[in-house]
Design a protein around this ligand. Sequence first.
Ligand SMILES: [Zn+2]
Length: 90
Amino acid sequence: MEAVRTCLGCRQRAPRSSLVRVVARDGRVVVDAAARLPGRGAWVHPGSECVRTAIQRKAFGRALRATITDLTSVEELTTLEERAERPMDD
Ligand SMILES: [Zn+2]
């Protein structure tokens, strides 16, 4: 059975394959696409809604127990939603 994590944005529990893991590194939130980086991780649905909600709530800093000054790579996740809505070829 697949592990379930809670999305920082919508607070819904979801299988980890539908979420993206992020970790804190030197005040930056780094997207851990392979979910292999050590340390405390947080999970969020890629796409603008959950990511923006998490940013507005300052949920990344709380979940990662770090002071976050750079959310650049997380903001890039907000663009994934449109990509995911396109029909897949495979
Ligand atoms: Zn979510």
